[in-house]
Structure formats: structure tokens, C-alpha cells
Design a protein around this ligand. Sequence first.
Ligand code: LLP
Length: 421
Amino acid sequence: MDHFEYRNGVLCAEDLPLSVIADQVGTPVYVYSRATLERHARVFREALSVLPRVHIAFAIKANPNLAVLNVMQREGLGADVVSGGELARALAAGMPAGDIVFSGVGKQHREMIQGLDAGIGQFNLESEEEGIELSALAAERGLRAPCALRVNPDVDARTHAKISTGKAENKFGVPIDRAASIYARLAALPGLDMRGVAVHIGSQLADLQPLEDAFVKLGELIAEIRVGGNAVTHADLGGGLGVPYRAGDVFPSPAEYGQMIARVTKDWDVTLMFEPGRVITGNAGVLLTRVIRVKRSSNRTPFVVVDAAMNDLARPAMYGAWHDFDAVKPTGEKMTAHIVGPICETGDTFAMDREIDALEAGDLAVFRTAGAYGATMASSYNSRGFVPEVMVDGTRFAVVADRILPEAITAAERVPDFLKD
Ligand code: LLP
């Protein structure tokens, strides 16, 4: 459930008509609802309250805006980070270092050192090589880095291939059949405190069964590691829970997810860790856009050309993703249209042959479920600059990320002297 609803015929974010934001900040603009962010964080936490020991680290790649992270921190969530930049953001948002988990297949030495210096809670190692390097860096500093070994369970998450991470051919984790021996070798190194295992099989999962299959395998691995004489006190079950992008779609609820995990992990005797992203922020944001014009050619489906484009919201172009599209002030009339942005490639298409609210030039509309993997995946392609972000709280709102104009991007570029003569 989210707090983007029609009141007196106008789509509002909480108690604020979206037209007010469009008038004051301009379009396109990402709009987040604080109450929805809080609600989703609480529902997720509540769903896991059936488990004995839990640590939730918000996957900040889904929405790294500092104001959003601040809400997460106030809700008691830590952070799952995948780069030095994300680590710095989590710390800047006030997240305690001990609540931060560092994931990612390509951690660089400077990033490992950044994590060690900050005293983060856990490194999720993606390979034996990475563990050996971290061991050396930590030992040099007289530290012991708390670590989990990420395993690849070879389970098909049955999601889009580009966001599937748990098949043997994917780059993530170590093969589960070699994991116990790798864990034992890493546990014997100085500078590492091998304390757990981690798994994340993919994102936007519509079905709990692949997760359950992966967790069952992880449980067997924990037993195998313990038989080998090593301790396992933590198990990181990753993120991945999907959200409905189309009104009426039904997804597994956080409560069902929590119950499945309680059943599968009942004998594990570990602290369970989670890295949810999309399920917390997805439906807490919309991309507000204005129709530039409606392009009609005789007897063909019209194109509704909006001022948002694939550089602002990449998901449709990148994954063929669906985002519901609704008018801010619907008239009750409908039309069938292609929804496109201004960028000069056909991939800049948000929807084809979609039945939508009838729109004309100047009308406002939203792409829903844009609070995860939206603004953060933006680029400046076609020299379009970066869209601002706004957070709404009741009837008030604040710009939580400025619009970055194309001029600001050009200002960072140089023509070298050798081209000046
Ligand atoms: N943990 C790890 C190690 C991850 O790689 C991810 C997401 C998450 C947690 C959070 O997953 P979530 O709960 O959000 O599903 N850009 C794509 C999604 C990429 C997900 C990458 N990893 C999209 O727009 O669909």
C-alpha cells in the first residue's frame, strides 16, 4: 500500500497535490512519500519479528538519496553497500558503521580499506581471492574483518535474466559445492573473522519457491561448515522480494516471506541478515512528468511524448519493465497510446499500445513504482541533466536532490590545450 491517491480528482502524494510540486519544482521530478517509506520499512520489520535474531540492511543501491537513507536509519535499518560511494553515503546518513554490510563482486583495495577504517559490520566476500586480499589488508592494520562468504546456490530465481544472480553461470558468489572448503581456508587466515554465509539469487522475485530452494541449500552448507569445525553465527539471506508494478498484480507478502524463512531456518541458530531494496522503496516513489505533445498520424496509434526519458527512468528501456502510468488530473476519458520520451532512439519508449487516461499537451502524469532503481540509474544521455528528487511529508515537501542542469555537467569538461592551437 502506498500514499499516492486521488483526492477530489487530483493525484496526491500524501496530502499534497502533485500539481503543486510540478508548478514549484518543474518536471520531470521524482517524488517520494515519507509515510510510504516508513510504512514499508515497518511492515518488513514486523514480518520478520517471527524470527529470533534479525539484522536488516537496506540495499541502498535501490535508492541512495540521503533523505531516504535518513528515513531508513530512523526506522532502525542498516545499509547494504556495494561501493565506497555507497559506504560514504550510509555513514553520512548517520547509519552506525556496525550496521553496514559491504557486498559486491569487485571491491577494490581502497574500498576495503575504507570499510576497515570505518569499522563496518560485515564484508560479504564474493571469492576466495577477495578474502585473501582483505585478510592481508586487515592484518597489516592489526584488525580482524567480520566476514560472510557469499555462495552461488545455482538456483534459477525466475526473474529477468539481467537481474538474476544465483545461477552457476552468474558472476556472483562461490560455487556452493566448494564453499565449505573455501570457508575453512579463509577461516584459517589472519585478519578475517569468518562468521557467516550469504546468498542473494536475484531481484523482483515473484515467487518464494526459488528463495526457499536457495535457503535450504544454505542450511545444508551451514551444517557442513560446522561439521568441519568452523563457526557460523550469521546467515545473510539477501534481498529480492518483488513488488507489483501493475495495479492488481499479486506478489508474496513480507509476512509470507517471513513465515517461509521461519520454517526453513528454525534449527540454524544464527543471526539472520536481510538486504531488501525494492520492497521498501519501490512503491514509495513516482516519476512526475508533463506531456510535451501528443503526436497523431492518421490511423496510427498516437505517441504521447512526455518530458521524462530513458535517461531519467531506465527500467523500461533496460529490462522491458512495466510502470503504471496515470494522469494527475484524469478526465475519465481513455485513449490507447505509445508513451515515449524525447531521446533520439526507439528504445526511449515507456509503453506501447497502452490504454491510458486521455492526455493532451501540458497535462501531468506519473510513472508509478519509481522509488527503487529510478533516479539512481539516471544518466545524462542526450545532455539532459539529472532530474531532481522531492520528499513529501503530509502537506509539506522538500527538494532532497537538486536538478543538475546540463550546464553543470559541461562545466566539468575541458578542451585540452593541444586542441587550442
Ligand atoms: N543484495 C544484493 C547483493 C543485491 O545485489 C541486490 C540487488 C539487493 C540486495 C537488493 O535487491 P532487491 O531487494 O532490491 O531486489 N536495477 C534492477 C535491479 C538490480 C538489483 C541489483 N541487486 C531493476 O531496476 O530492476
